[in-house]
Design a binder for this molecule. Structure first.
Ligand code: T46
Length: 134
């Protein structure tokens, strides 16, 4: 598998606290068309469980923490996101699952496309067939 791609955002610290920022091109390798966020996720549930055809995304734990498992059809890796100053880049078809959300977790997702159900592989076998024929 390609190694997990973590993007470090700038952190400006002073006595008033920390400030981070995210800019197109500098920090995100695509134009952001959509932002969505997951919150109030119960501790024992998972989200995701699908892959995208074209969509590129950056996931940020704006608050709290959660685990992301990534599966490219050959290898699986797990990463814990727990910093608002880091983003996980997913920029090619990857089956993903998000779980172990802390009670205060807010997962913000910066996405390269508007929402369309046509972009989803929600069936794992279809996803495998796609990546193995690619
Ligand atoms: C992903 C993970 C991290 C919309 O109407 N607009 C949207 O922008 C999104 C993302 C979803 N929806 C609708 C589609 C479903 O009826 O909201 C419902 C729940 O979506 P879904 O089951 O896909 O949610 P998650 O949390 O399993 O997955 C989402 C994203 O879909 C996906 O891109 O990577 O968050």
């Amino acid at each position: 598998m390609n190694t997990i791609k973590i993007i470090d955002f700038p952190i400006i610290q002073d006595s008033r606290g920390d400030l981070s920022f995210i800019e197109n091109n500098d920090h995100i390798p695509f134009a952001i068309k959509r932002v969505y966020y997951l919150y109030n996720v119960p501790a024992n549930v998972s989200r995701g469980g699908h892959a995208h055809k074209k969509l590129q995304q950056v996931l940020v734990a704006m608050s709290g923490s959660f685990d992301v498992s990534l599966d490219d059809g050959s290898d699986k890796q797990m990463v814990t996101l727990n910093s608002p100053a880091q983003g996980l880049l997913i920029n090619h078809p990857m089956w993903r699952e998000l779980k172990n959300f802390s009670s205060d977790a807010v997962c913000v997702v910066l996405a390269s496309e508007l929402y369309t159900e046509d972009d989803y592989y929600r069936d794992y076998d279809n996803f495998l067939a796609h990546v193995r024929n690619a």
